[in-house]
Design a protein around this ligand. Structure first.
Ligand code: GUN
Length: 282
């Protein structure tokens, strides 16, 4: 029997707990999001983040900047947010327009407000298996979901497909910190089908609809689908869910798997940064 990893249900539980904690706190965390340009998917994500933050009771600030904004424009906003003691968490929505140096922007965020865990300070601490101020949200959400279903990672063969800084790379570090044996694949990998058939845990963060077909699956692996592929015929993950389902031991649906966990972890990170900042002030 295949078990569905219900990210919606777990994320709701996390959100409700945060809402309760926030109601009990006299001061409220504040999440600031900078979005540059008019990428439609980014606009949906940012709206969802804002909605969720407000539902919990956080203060929320969205700073929309035009697609021709300069690096200096964006940096100015970040410097102001860094200095503003009312602002708990800063998120710069990715992707940024081509003319913007992503590294320059993300590195300008104060690590103690870096809610994505994308600064080299926080990412480096994850790589070293030290404790960062915040862990990247999607990988953290995936690990939390696996833990919720008591899926053991120790000594397991995990295949991570996709090496982005947002998902694949930090997730591989997380898995290694938990004693998994990690294989990293990307679009240049030659023997992906063979690697996939061998894996006990498969995480796909490729961004291609129905990329992982039934012939990639053997020996009842755990399958985590990070893909959110919007097409004219609807929303699809990376995994050909209907045909793969029976061949998996556990599988995440799209939607309702990794997506809601990412937002829940963003909200949790915001609260954790809030607590860290208060302890630093006292
Ligand atoms: N774009 C897609 N996913 C993410 C994310 O987790 N954080 C940010 N900042 N941008 C994203």
């Amino acid at each position: 029997m295949t078990i569905i990893l219900d990210g919606k249900k777990l994320s709701n539980k996390i959100i409700e707990n945060l809402k309760q904690e926030t109601e009990n706190s006299s001061k409220k965390p504040k999440l600031a999001v900078i979005i540059v340009g008019d990428n439609p998917a980014s606009q949906i994500y940012v709206k969802n983040k804002q909605k969720q933050a407000e539902y919990i009771g956080y203060e929320s600030l969205v700073i929309p900047l035009p697609k021709d904004a300069t690096e200096e424009n964006i940096l100015e906003h970040i410097y102001i947010l860094n200095e503003d003691t009312n602002v708990t968490a800063i998120l710069v929505q990715l992707p940024l327009p081509e003319h913007i140096n992503k590294q320059k922007i993300l590195e300008a965020i104060d690590p103690v407000k870096d809610v994505d865990g994308f600064t080299s300070y926080n990412f480096g601490r994850l790589a070293l298996n030290y404790t960062p101020y915040a862990y990247p949200c999607t990988p953290k959400g995936i690990i939390r979901l696996l833990d919720e279903y008591k899926i053991d990672l120790d000594g397991k063969k995990a295949l991570v497909i996709g090496r982005s800084n947002i998902v694949g790379k930090p997730l591989a570090l997380f898995l290694q910190n938990r004693n998994a044996t990690v294989t990293m694949a990307n679009s240049h990998t030659q023997n992906l089908k063979e690697l996939s058939r061998n894996a006990e845990i498969i995480i796909s963060a490729v961004g291609k609809p129905n990329f992982i077909t039934a012939d990639y699956i053997e020996n009842k692996p755990v399958i985590i689908d990070v893909g959110i592929n919007r097409t004219p015929t609807g929303l699809y993950g990376d995994v050909d869910y209907n045909n793969v389902f029976e061949k998996a031991s556990y599988i995440t649906p799209v939607p309702g798997g990794v997506g809601p966990m990412t937002i829940a972890m963003l909200m949790e990170n915001t609260y954790e940064l809030f607590k860290i900042q208060r302890s630093l002030i006292m």
